[in-house]
Design a binder for this molecule. Structure first.
Ligand SMILES: NC(=O)c1ccc[n+]([C@@H]2O[C@H](COP(=O)([O-])OP(=O)(O)OC[C@H]3O[C@@H](n4cnc5c(N)ncnc54)[C@H](OP(=O)(O)O)[C@@H]3O)[C@@H](O)[C@H]2O)c1
Length: 232
């Protein structure tokens, strides 16, 4: 799916893991990318420099930061893809032990930030008949002990993304990428050797299949989508 008409994507959390892998693949395919992450040094060195890449250091919980993302999109004058990828794993604790502040922070990052950012960017997505993606997790549909905070945020994100799609006539996908060898996965399994997990780059061709536009809106596991090309 090589692009020639300079399509624009916002991908949150583009400095590492799946966000970095997807942003890199789309840049390679001619897309213009706006992305963010909290650590500015890691963010600014994660992706190639150039006029087609805008890196904005900030937290998706921060309304001023979301305004800055929206301003970057306004400068481009279009948006074809919005991917809610940045995520907080939260405390790996039984729900009985989770504090209000930890639960709130996870919801702010994984749910309220994505809602507020989508609200800012919806006019562009509607105009381009664009695509809205929420990166989900198998935890959204399972009931793993100690994963409840993250899981609740992810199932709510699925609902949010798919309902926004219905309400606004845009394609919307909640996608479970599957296990990936990333910092977040290592944090979920401290001390465990995760070298057998696939790299996030291996998931990208499955996400590109969604961007090709043939699949109806809905919830998918990345592994069930026929991959397009290879992540170059
Ligand atoms: N890895 C897995 O096995 C797995 C499995 C199922 C689903 N997922 C989902 O896949 C997505 C990507 O996960 P990953 O494993 O690639 O994570 P990762 O390697 O930890 O990368 C997360 C990215 O998001 C950024 N980020 C985190 N919190 C942020 C915030 N509040 N504001 C802005 N940026 C923020 C991080 O940079 P900073 O820290 O500098 O902000 C980083 O760029 C997530 O939605 C995750 O829930 C992952």
């Amino acid at each position: 799916m090589d692009r020639t008409d300079n399509e624009v994507a916002v991908i949150t959390g583009g400095s590492a893991g799946l966000g970095q892998a997807l942003a890199t693949a789309l840049i390679d395919r001619g897309w213009t990318i706006v992305t963010d992450a909290r650590d500015p040094d890691r963010l600014h060195s994660a992706l190639p420099n150039g006029s087609r890449v805008t890196t904005l250091a900030g937290d998706v919980r921060d309304q001023d930061h979301l305004d800055a993302i929206a301003a970057a999109v306004a400068r481009h004058g279009r948006l074809d893809l919005l991917v809610h990828n940045a995520s907080d794993l939260g405390p790996m604790l039984p729900l009985a032990e989770v504090t209000h502040s930890d639960f709130s922070r996870v919801l702010e990052t994984n749910l309220l930030g994505p809602l507020a950012l989508t609200q800012r960017l919806l006019p562009y997505l509607i105009a381009s008949r664009g695509t809205l993606v929420g990166i989900s997790s198998d935890a959204a549909v399972e009931h793993y002990p100690t994963w409840g905070t993250y899981a609740a945020s992810k199932v709510a994100l699925d609902h949010l993304v798919l309902t926004l799609g219905e309400e606004n006539g845009i394609r919307a996908y909640a996608v479970d990428p599957g296990d990936m060898r990333t910092a977040m996965h290592q944090a979920a399994f401290p001390g465990e050797d995760i070298s057998d997990r696939p790299l996030p780059e291996s998931v990208v061709p499955h996400l590109l299949a969604l961007l090709a536009g043939a699949e109806p809106s809905g919830r998918y596991r990345a592994a069930e989508l026929t991959p397009i090309g290879a992540a170059r």
